[in-house]
Design a protein around this ligand. Structure first.
Ligand code: BTN
Length: 316
């Protein structure tokens, strides 16, 4: 949404305000005011007009303008009813030079998860990818992913879900009896391009099972609907973006928040890595997002892999 339209929208929200007052306050013609109001109606905003002026009477349920309205973080939003994958569109934008843009889709037809897995993305979920250009060396890029996991978990907690983080960046609802520590609520898929010393761009793909039935998802998955009931997706996305923006430039805040919300720390874990399984007690996360595991052969630092929380009977 361009700046003037955003300002007109804010004025309508504080309304009633007359057309001539809008024109004067924003330095535009009355015809331009009318065009902005019509464009907002077209985007789904309910704008009532009466003798005392225009008033905003309703906000669209979802979409670019809906998310941008009232968003307290500097992101532009691009919305699609469906896309193969928001990460693919975000990569295109990143290559074109975009920054702080969010690609959002109601559903994805080719959603991608970590390690080449498919990611079910039916209508009703939150499927989005952030295009970022953090001024950090590549070794620091994993912090961006941890920040996204923190942001999603906090939005889920606010929605009433008993959410926690499973290393490296899954948001789960912990269950005592679950094979993998809990049911998956959300995941993060980060892709990046970097030079030796600097990151060029990062795409952070965030998938959250929001207003969807778990039967529509893969095994061991849950949703906000199943845990706490439906929420306004527009507001959920805003919370994720605002929280992400709050912590993204503060590595200590990211790591502290991640540790606070981690279900993995203190657990006995098995991490499947490219070099074999690492089994032991998860004791910490490093500033590079690696998991520190105390094993029978000493302390190991694991940078990538699939992590399982072991129940006592699983041994190891
Ligand atoms: C995981 O395997 O846990 C990561 C899942 C990431 C899914 C999101 S949904 C939005 C974005 N687009 C994709 O194709 N994948 C990510």
């Amino acid at each position: 949404m361009n700046e003037t339209r955003r300002a007109v929208l804010d004025a309508l929200a504080d309304g009633p305000v007359t057309g001539p007052a809008l024109a004067e306050d924003h330095g535009i013609s009355r015809t331009a005011v009318w065009k902005h109001v019509e464009a907002l109606r077209e985007a789904g905003f309910e704008v009532e007009s009466a003798s005392e002026g225009y008033t905003l009477a309703g906000v669209p349920e979802y979409g670019a303008e809906a998310v941008e309205f009232g968003l307290d973080a500097p992101f532009d939003v691009e919305y699609y009813d469906d896309l193969p994958s928001t990460n693919d569109r975000a990569r295109e934008l990143a290559i074109e030079g975009a920054s702080d843009v969010v690609v959002l889709a109601d559903q994805q037809t080719g959603g991608r998860g970590r390690r080449g897995r498919e990611w079910s993305s039916p209508s009703g979920g939150v499927w989005m990818s952030l295009v970022l250009r953090p001024d950090v060396p590549p070794a620091r890029a994993p912090l961006v992913t941890l920040a996204a996991a923190v942001a999603v978990t906090d939005a889920a907690l606010e929605a009433g879900v008993d959410a926690a983080i499973k290393w490296p960046n899954d948001c789960i609802v912990p269950r005592e009896d679950a094979e993998r520590g809990g049911d998956k609520l959300a995941g993060v898929l980060t892709e990046m391009k970097g030079e030796a010393s600097r990151v060029s761009w990062v795409v952070v793909g965030v998938g959250v099972n929001v207003n969807v039935d778990p039967e529509e998802l893969g095994p061991d998955a849950t949703s906000v609907r199943a845990e706490a009931g439906d929420v306004e997706r527009r507001v959920f996305v805003q919370r994720v973006l605002e929280r992400f923006h709050e912590v993204r430039d503060d590595p200590d805040a990211v790591l502290d928040a991640w540790r606070d919300r981690a279900a993995t720390l203190g657990q006995r874990v098995r991490v499947e890595t490219a070099n074999g399984d690492v089994v032991g007690d998860a004791v910490d996360v490093t500033e590079h997002g690696a998991l520190v595991v105390e094993t029978a052969d000493g302390r190991k630092v694991v940078h990538a892999g699939d992590c399982q929380h072991l129940r006592p009977a699983d041994g190891g």
